[in-house]
Ligand binder design. Sequence first.
Ligand code: AMP
Length: 205
Amino acid sequence: MSFQALGLDAHILKAIQEYGYTEPTPIQAAAIPPIIAGHDLIGIAQTGTGKTAAFTLPILTRLAAGPKTPGTKVLILAPTRELVVQIEENVLAYAKHLPLSIAKVFGGVGERPQIEALRRGCDIVIATPGRLIDLMDQRYGNFSGLQHLVLDEADRMLDMGFLPGIKRIIKALPRKRQTLMFSATLSKEIEALTHEFQHHPKTVQ
Ligand code: AMP
């Protein structure tokens, strides 16, 4: 299996080649085609399996193919600041040859730069739920045209008590969107989240 065979955009293929990836990991081979096709998806995968690229590469492919519109098209929620930073590094590398703007939002630092980034408008927002709620409550961010939502390490976000925050964020998003959820485990709580927020999701392990 090659990255070329998965249907990724040429700019993204170039970027991952430059980044040194030669072939997709199993979760990437399984997840990329259904995500490009527009399906909702549950990915049962731990850190280290290549799950970040598994959701980022197909989403970037969809963005590259779509019209340029204002506002945020992609929201990635993750449990910690460290993970947000790590995801951003990956997204920046994969989107190197695409004209996309990316903002990160997390607590423990000043709000100002994050507010400025949201004001300028960004295609992709990578955030922890707590700080994002604070900023959305102050009416920052334009999510009215959101197309893709990713809940990364969903089980950890639930363990950390982010469920009410996640629900509030999702209520503010368009109902017609693609929702991708990644979790190391498939618990009853994760299944409930899936049931509430996803539409006939495919499961990949
Ligand atoms: P993740 O599971 O997303 O945290 O990724 C774990 C590590 O694997 C990261 O350092 C990625 O850069 C790397 N990685 C992801 N996909 C590939 C691939 N197809 N080939 C080589 N390394 C990869």
